[in-house]
Write a protein that binds this ligand. Structure first.
Ligand SMILES: [Zn+2]
Length: 267
């Protein structure tokens, strides 16, 4: 039964990823890609059902449009597969662990899936355009705030405080860096993303997410400089690192923090 459920969720994730690609395309061009029939971004030819199956179409067509033979971006299958894997991880880490099924836990699952979708869009968009789309980050922040308010209503004050207090602190911390560096080290978009991450993760996971983001960012930055792909002064978008940190903390945060605290006690 669980296998079928996992397969179903993987397929659902692939379709969600396919939709996210549409949303990204729309953000980039302002053109409606999702409503009505989908078409090839290059030759504008309308695509049939068999051109639109996530991942499989890409493999079957060997990454080229059936009509104009132009290359289809690797972004399409990569976003589809990543979304499917993240959907599966959230289901298995957040949902199955609780072992009880209620409407509340189901809504919880939908919330985590939804915010992850927003994060995937921001990841791709920032990586390509060095810009965090304002509409997406505001929408996600509002949904996350509403979700956190239920803890206030159900009197789970510690969860509510953890999210709100860390959001306030991280928001302020990032905003100060933005202000001092005149947006050279961090953009205003990153500060907004930091706030969303805090609402989504709460304390202490947010600390781990930020730490991992800075660490991975520094390592990748160093590798890019050593390979001669970037100079010390070149711009590297920070949003994707923040989002990788968020997913690390979301899925393995508890284990990493416990491991860290155990080793800290020894020394
Ligand atoms: Zn084409």
């Amino acid at each position: 039964m669980l296998h079928f459920l996992n397969i179903f969720i993987f397929l659902l994730g692939l379709c969600a990823g396919s939709f996210l690609n549409c949303v990204i395309y729309r953000l980039e061009t302002g053109k409606d890609f999702c409503g009505g029939r989908s078409y090839c971004p290059q030759c504008k030819k309308q695509l049939g059902f068999f051109d639109l199956i996530p991942v499989l179409s890409f493999l079957f067509l060997k990454g080229k449009c059936r009509y104009c033979s132009q290359k289809i971006s690797l972004q399409y299958p990569l976003v589809e597969i990543s979304t499917a894997l993240i959907f599966l991880l959230i289901f298995n880490f957040q949902f199955l662990i609780s072992k009880q099924f209620s409407i509340f836990i189901f809504l919880n699952l939908i919330y985590y899936w939804l915010i992850s979708c927003f994060l995937i869009i921001i990841f791709v968009y920032d990586l390509k355009h060095y810009l965090i789309p304002t509409k997406i980050i505001y929408l996600a922040t509002i949904i996350s705030l509403i979700f956190n308010f239920q803890f206030l209503i159900s009197k789970q004050f510690s969860i509510f405080n953890s999210a709100i207090v860390s959001a306030a602190n991280v928001g302020l911390f990032f905003w100060l860096i933005v202000l001092f560096s005149k947006e050279q080290w961090l953009g205003l978009g990153d500060a907004k993303l930091g706030l969303l991450m805090s609402l989504f993760l709460g304390f202490p996971k947010i600390i781990l997410a930020l730490f991992s983001a800075f660490l991975i960012g520094a390592i990748i930055g160093l590798i890019l400089i050593l390979l001669g792909k970037k100079q010390l002064k070149s711009q590297v978008p920070f949003g994707p690192f923040l989002i990788v940190g968020t997913f690390l903390a979301l899925f393995w945060g508890k284990e990493i923090i416990e491991w860290y605290l155990n080793h800290l006690v020894i020394f």
